[in-house]
Write a protein that binds this ligand. Structure first.
Ligand code: 0RA
Length: 643
């Protein structure tokens, strides 16, 4: 017998366990997506998801999340508690199994719709593996059980520490600073997800407490009305077309389908879809079923009610979704997630289920609420008319733009190279900054397009208006891709499109607006990774011939200290704050912001573009108050837009 074969039973299992968690520590991104801020927050979601599963099973109605002063996290629930008895086949306590074995979830019989898929559902053992310390308390059978771990390894075996009344689980963990590049939890990110979870699971109370000195606060999320309240929250800054969101909910063929929707006076569509509480950003069969049922039901009602009798057209999907805010949340037992980010539902049976649920639910609702039906149909009909106007406007753009041999805009200082893969264009706020950029650039591969002022409120305006806007047309012509249905990425004249705006509120506004336009009308440019944001410095710190550029206050103070305390003695350190790009001379602009060898540019990801577009609604919606609030709160320039 060799030595290796001697290792059997409990020892062998222990080795397997260590190997499993070691794999997580070696390649954390494979399990949680990244080791940046996103991955860090994912740890919290992973633990919370387990408590939500317990709520879905009907045994838990309270989850408390606490951020401690050292950026460790406690998640406490009042569920049944993770089992502590010895698992029949694995021969270790259930709680140890859950925390030390990868994908242990399947070894428990917890018959419910489990939160799993995408990066969710990897299990709390992954959180354990990536934590410096993790402690778990389980209250069950009148006893409190306790166990502790360090980087996934057991340092305190399961033992009873006292008597208790209720049941539940407490998990406290401190993410390993050797693994994560970012270790500070962002209150707003956590609050956003917990709020969403409370809407998606009506009746569940979730609290978030922040104990850190610089951001102490506490919030409770609870939505008796579930998705209806979710939609009302989405629509808080808009003018609804009908007072209450329409709610459709039922369980069909073991699939729990819930939909709330409401139309508003605007033109944007905002549909969020979830499967087992996971946001399905990439859509899937549930969304397809919903869209086709919505189009069909509204057309049918319109014909039956006589509204479409004289009109010789049908309402398109886009027409019936104009001004729609909708949350579609389904729960399925065996979700199949596909797509690039594993957020696209693949289950083919779901399409028909959602379709029939919506067909029935919505037609009944429209029959019973004729005045709402009327308002929705009027809105869709006017969208159809605008669609025709837009088609004409697009044709005009095509004729006037370079697409059919027209001229490039006069304001564009183009580059001399021809290969789009090598070329970049700076969209620069203001003529004076544009002038500096033109002088400072490397003209072989860098083109400059100066833009004047606030371009246009893209969200509120319909496509025909957007396309008749001078600045937007200039951008479209300059990029060469066309727009909307005519968009062709292979016609892009540059593979880097760099937005360069001032470091102030107006600059942030223009950037948001451009991102919104790209997100709405040229999404493929963002998906291809062609859109970037320039990072001009905020300060110049200089003394004599020595100078540094600082990108935030901390850097500024560091440089000032370095220069002030240098061997040449203290004093006369000059600090210049750049209020606008125009204050930099061409040479400075090149050195700090445009030279590929030294500059930082941020690539815009779909998520940040989507956020910009949502933010834009807050800024440009019908209500004035949120706009005022935003400007007050964000008077400081937000730097890392896409992290
Ligand atoms: C497996 C089985 C059971 C509950 C749980 C896991 C459970 C896990 C977590 C994680 C955080 N909170 C949790 N609450 C429960 C069912 C146990 C039973 O049958 O009593």
């Amino acid at each position: 017998m060799t030595r290796i074969e001697k290792v059997t039973g409990y020892d062998a299992e222990q080795i397997q366990v260590l190997k499993g968690l070691e794999a997580v520590r070696r390649r954390p991104a494979m399990y949680i997506g990244s080791t940046s801020s996103r991955g860090l927050h994912h740890l919290v979601y992973e633990v919370v998801d387990n408590s939500v599963d317990e709520a879905l099973a009907g045994f838990c109605d309270r989850i408390e999340v606490t951020v401690h002063p050292d950026d460790s996290i406690t998640v406490q629930d009042n569920g049944r508690g993770i089992p502590v008895d010895i698992h029949p086949t694995e021969k270790i306590p259930g709680v140890e199994l859950a925390l030390t074995v990868l994908h242990a979830g399947g070894k428990f019989d917890r018959s419910t719709y489990k939160v799993s898929g995408g990066l969710h559902g990897v299990g709390i053992s992954v959180v354990n593996a990536l934590s410096d310390r993790l402690e778990v308390c389980v209250d069950r059978d009148g006893q409190r059980y306790h166990m502790a771990f360090a980087r996934g390894e057991t340092i305190k075996k399961l033992n009873v520490t006292g008597k208790v009344k209720g049941t539940g689980t407490i998990v406290r963990f401190k993410p390993d600073t050797a693994i994560f590049t970012e270790t500070r939890f962002d209150y707003d990110i956590l609050a956003g997800r917990l709020r969403e979870l409370s809407y998606l699971n009506k009746g569940l109370t979730i609290t978030l407490s922040d104990e850190r000195a610089d951001s102490t606060r506490e919030e409770t999320f609870f939505a008796k009305g579930g998705l209806v309240q979710f939609v009302e929250w989405l629509n808080q800054n808009r003018k609804p077309l009908h007072p209450k969101p329409i709610l459709i909910e039922t369980v069909r063929d073991d699939v729990d389908v819930q939909i709330a929707l409401q139309y508003d006076a605007g033109y944007a569509e905002n549909t969020l879809t979830f499967v087992n509480n996971i946001n399905t950003h990439e859509g899937g069969t549930h969304l397809t079923g919903f869209k086709s049922a919505l189009t069909r039901t509204i057309n049918e009602y319109a014909k039956k009610s006589g509204a479409l009798k004289k009109a010789d057209f049908t309402l398109s999907g886009d027409d019936v979704r104009e001004g729609l805010s909708c949350v579609l949340s389904i729960k399925v037992r065996e979700p199949q997630f596909e797509g690039q980010t594993k957020t696209k539902l693949g289950n083919s049976e779901v399409e028909g289920i959602v379709k029939s649920v919506v067909n029935e639910g919505l037609s009944t609702y429209l029959e019973e609420h004729p005045s709402v039906a009327r308002a929705v149909i009027d809105k869709a009909c006017s969208a159809a008319l605008a669609r025709e106007a837009a088609r004409k406007a697009r044709e005009l753009v095509r004729r006037k733009s370079g697409l059919e041999g027209g001229l490039l805009p006069g304001k564009l200082a183009d580059c001399s190279l021809q290969d789009p893969a090598l070329c970049e264009v700076y969209l620069v706020e203001g003529d004076s900054a544009g002038g500096s950029a033109k002088q400072g650039r490397d003209r072989s591969f860098q083109a400059i397009l100066p833009l004047r002022g606030k371009i246009l409120n893209v969200q509120k305006a319909r496509i025909d208006k957007i396309l008749s806007n001078e600045e937007i047309r200039t951008i479209i012509t300059c990029l060469g891709t066309g727009v909307g249905e005519d968009f062709k990425i292979e016609e892009a004249r540059y593979h880097k499109i760099i937005i360069m705006t001032d470091a102030d509120v107006d600059g942030a506004h223009i950037r948001t607006l451009l991102l919104t336009f790209f997100y709405k009308e040229m999404q493929a440019l963002i998906e291809a990774g062609y859109i970037y944001i320039a990072q001009p410095p905020l300060f110049r710190v200089a003394k004599g011939k020595e100078e540094y550029y600082a990108y935030d206050e901390v850097e500024r103070d560091e440089y000032a200290k370095r220069l002030g305390n240098g061997e040449s003695g203290r004093g006369n350190v000059g600090i210049q704050r750049y209020k606008g790009l125009g204050e930099m001379n061409p040479d400075q602009l090149w050195k700090t912001t445009m030279d590929p060898a030294t500059r930082t540019i941020l690539k815009v990801e779909m998520e940040s573009a989507r956020e910009a577009s949502e933010l834009f609604e807050t800024l440009m919606g019908d209500e004035v108050e949120p706009r005022r609030k935003f400007i007050e709160e964000h008077a400081k320039y937000v730097r890392n837009l896409d992290v």
